[in-house]
Design a protein around this ligand. Structure first.
Ligand SMILES: Cc1cc2nc3c(=O)[nH]c(=O)nc-3n(C[C@H](O)[C@H](O)[C@H](O)COP(=O)(O)O)c2cc1C
Length: 196
């Protein structure tokens, strides 16, 4: 019996190409919509949305899949104290904070001892901010916080280092999706093929 050969016709190919282009466009659009929001509404972030955002962090890739992180959510009893760890008026407007902490004992170290914890945590943070954007929420990375204060506030043991605080909430401003045209380096400046 001859095997049935499935040949795609030109319409199928055209449709699939179109679909791929749309998918790509969707991602770039989402990435452009993510921005550092520094003005939030006091609207409560729904538990369901918060869980979806945390799930996006959970499924992030990490070196050797070690997942050397914890995510500490602050939105209740510890709000006021966490806000003292980074002194900006805008920071106080966020209704939720997710503090991503690295566990340097769990993280992968390369042969030259390079610790990959910060890279892993950053990927999780990026997943979280993009997921938040897709749900109509906004966020901002904050790394310029008082580290010792954060450790004390969250009762962190010596295994954990706070790497980034993500503020989270409904935005009370508007994103400029075209800002990257001027505010990012051009591809010509940063991309090299084969060699520098
Ligand atoms: C690792 C990292 C640390 C950052 N730390 C802070 C911070 O401490 N305070 C702050 O207001 N923004 C902080 N940001 C936000 C950047 O300033 C912002 O991402 C950058 O200016 C690009 O703007 P955009 O996020 O709106 O595209 C940080 C961003 C990153 C990625």
């Amino acid at each position: 019996m001859p095997k049935a050969i499935k040949v795609k016709n030109q319409w199928q190919i055209a449709y699939e190409n179109e679909l791929n282009q749309e998918e790509e466009m969707d991602f770039i659009k989402l990435a452009k919509q993510r921005y550092s929001c520094r003005k939030y509404k006091s609207t409560v972030v729904e538990e369901e949305k918060l869980n979806q955002v945390l799930e996006a962090g959970r499924i992030a890739p990490s070196a050797v899949n070690y997942q050397p992180w914890i995510f500490v959510v602050v939105k209740d009893k510890n709000l006021e104290q966490l806000r003292t760890c980074y002194h900006r008026d805008w920071f106080d407007t966020a209704p939720v904070y997710i503090v991503l902490c690295a566990n340097h004992k769990q993280s992968w170290k390369r042969y030259d001892k390079k610790d990959h914890a910060d890279i892993d945590v950053s990927i999780a943070a990026d997943h979280i901010t993009l997921a938040a954007t897709s749900l109509g929420l906004a966020s901002c990375w904050v790394c310029n916080f008082d580290k010792d204060k954060v450790i004390e506030t969250l009762n962190l043991t010596s295994d954990y280092e706070p790497v980034v605080i993500l503020s989270l909430g409904y935005p009370d401003d508007k994103v400029n999706e075209n800002r990257h045209d001027k505010k990012r380096k051009t591809l010509e400046e940063i991309v090299f093929y084969e060699k520098l």
